[in-house]
Design a protein around this ligand. Sequence first.
Ligand code: 13P
Length: 264
Amino acid sequence: MADNGGARKPLMSGNWKMNHNHLQAIQVVQKLATRLNDKTYDVVDVSVHPPFTGLRSLQTLIEADKLPIALGAQNCHWEESGAYTGEVSPQMLAKLNVVYVVVGHSERRQHLGETDEMVNKKVKAVLAAGMTPIMCVGESMEERQEGDAQDKVQGQVRAGLEGVSDEQVGGMVIAYEPIWAIGTGETATADDAQEMCEAIRVLVADTSSDDAAEALRIQYGGSVKPDNTAELMDQPDIDGALVGGGSLDPDDFAKIVQFQASSD
Ligand code: 13P
């Protein structure tokens, strides 16, 4: 699809996965904040997604120091409360001023049996609680080799957005994360990533509306590093990155977030 002339502000998100306890989380965000400045925040949005145990500490830090860094979670349940041992509700996250919630990460789909139906329930629950879902989609290497990558990803997008209003879709984030690129050091080429992100946007224009497709932010995720970020972000349908390993170290993540500085 046509370049939107930069109307969609890139969202650079650090998904820490099961790393950094709450004390480490504070140190990482303090260091990150010293490396970013107002110019950075003018051109990109930044979010950090610690494990649940780090959320309250980071909320306190972000609010006390008035940091323009958004707090994110990595998952939630779809119910508001109840007998769901070990789960955390969207309302509990909203109470901590969480802004973004990652939903349907491939590690949860793969290892914890999360289905498209569960992902759809979570997307709706996160929206209902006033937060923004970052809905993850992506194909396996086998699916790519079989030529099924687009079908797989479009199926996940269709199912995940079922029953979500056009306006809500427009405010969401979808993260395209090819499973074979996650934590492997193997990044999708900028062309391949663009092709899939464009296919997602075209599908959303079809299933929701042109306006929703234009407004929707699509991140790329999978071995994003300081030296490959600028090329990926240069693609017209890629509006940010969901970064795993590269977000754990504040120096690396600051470089990724400030990819525009290195491409000037
Ligand atoms: P890596 O950046 O470690 O490949 O992880 C990507 C990811 O899964 C982010 O959600």
